[in-house]
Design a protein around this ligand. Structure first.
Ligand code: AGP
Length: 366
């Protein structure tokens, strides 16, 4: 281990706590107030090259894939450039069509994940324009891509990734602003996001300050053997990441579902023993998410709402709160209470939090 635990019992808890500082590092020197944009010199692309990009595809494994999904949503919202994310692990096996005007982004904390590295090699073989979003400087993926965005999260030891993922999302928000500002994103909206990013570390701090409430909710629900994580649009990658974190360290079966898909099957599973964690951003879909909670409650399912909105009293059985930010940045903040929820469920169950069974920090085999 290259850094000390200090006051913390384990690295995951330490790394959760380090997020405000990690985000400050990722933002340092990169926010450009004057031109309402960000500066990502590592991309090595000028305005003309940035404008020529017709599509952005994020490739990563596990949580890095979910962070890519969150990034794709940011790119579409802010730059109006079609964007999606795909698990890097499947990419090379499906003989992908590689387009010259697509920007491919290989996302990896360790920079050593074999599947992601193989996707990069496949892309390069086919002439794809690929850059890296990696945390470890000098890592294989960083070297293979040769350019991109360093995440500046600092060393991450716990198998369950937290601060690196947050810095991925923050970096993708900056990328989305960069791509947006050479297209239709107005100065006003560019400034709004730049300011929102600057305020993010303090808001993460505010969210972390609610840890005791989250731990109490975790203790109440730790006996559940199954949990749903439900999200809609901005909440969907958040739900996927929340479910991933819970299963990874607590071994509780967690399944993420898109809110609108519930009625097409999984609603049949709702009963008093199946709690649902519902992600409720304070955005234009608030009423829809409130109605999702009502539908789950009507079938006897307990609900934990994770929100930055004011919800009607008594709507959910438990509420995990974080502050408001710009709607596009909501998913970044809404992910934080889910890290703590997973952490405290795992702690209540006495799990080995930093080294969950069957998992490695970086997966360098197939
Ligand atoms: C995250 O909590 C997981 N341990 C896992 O999904 C991880 O994100 C994935 O294996 C990718 O790792 P990387 O970012 O180092 O490539």
């Amino acid at each position: 281990e290259d850094y000390e635990l200090g006051e913390f019992d384990d690295y995951m808890r330490k790394e959760i706590a380090e997020q405000p500082e990690a985000v400050r590092r990722a933002l340092r020197g990169r926010l450009d107030e004057r031109f309402a944009t960000a500066r990502l010199g590592g991309l090595g692309m000028d305005a003309r090259e940035l404008r020529a990009i017709r599509r952005v595809k994020f490739l990563g494994c596990g949580s890095a894939y979910y962070a890519g999904q969150l990034g794709a949503a940011l790119v579409e919202q802010l730059a109006r450039v079609p964007s999606d994310a795909e698990p890097a692990s499947e990419f090379r096996y499906r003989n992908p069509v590689v387009e010259s005007d697509t920007l491919y982004i290989a996302v990896s904390q360790s920079g050593e994940t074999l599947d992601t590295l193989a996707a990069v090699s496949e892309l390069k073989r086919k002439g794809g324009n690929v850059l890296g979003a990696v945390n470890v400087v000098g890592s294989a993926i960083g070297r293979e891509c040769g350019r991109g965005m360093f995440l500046h999260a600092g060393p991450e030891v716990a198998v369950a990734s937290t601060k690196a993922l947050t810095n991925m999302s923050v970096s993708f928000a900056m990328l989305a602003v960069v791509l947006g500002r050479v297209r239709d994103l107005s100065t006003m909206d560019g400034s709004r996001i730049v300011n929102g990013l600057r305020e993010l570390p303090d808001k993460i701090d505010e969210t972390l300050a609610r840890e005791a409430e989250i731990a109490e909710v975790a203790a109440r629900f730790a006996a559940a053997r199954n949990m749903f994580f439900i999200g809609r649009v901005r909440g969907w990658p958040v739900a996927r990441e929340g479910a991933q974190k819970l299963k990874e360290i607590s071994y509780v079966h967690a399944e993420a579902y898109q809110a609108s898909e519930l009625k097409h099957g999984p609603l049949a599973l709702i009963d008093p023993d199946m709690p649902s964690v519902v992600i409720v951003p304070d955005d234009e879909l608030l009423a829809k998410n409130v109605s999702t909670i009502e539908q789950i409650k009507a079938r006897g399912g307990p609900v934990i709402a994770v929100t930055n909105a004011e919800l009607p009293d008594g709507l959910a059985d438990a509420v995990l709160r974080c502050p408001r930010t710009e709607p596009e940045l909501d998913p970044i903040l809404l992910t934080i209470p889910l890290q703590l929820l997973a952490y405290h469920v795992a702690a209540a169950l006495g799990r080995d939090i930093d080294k969950p069974r069957n998992l490695a920090k970086s997966v360098t085999v197939e």
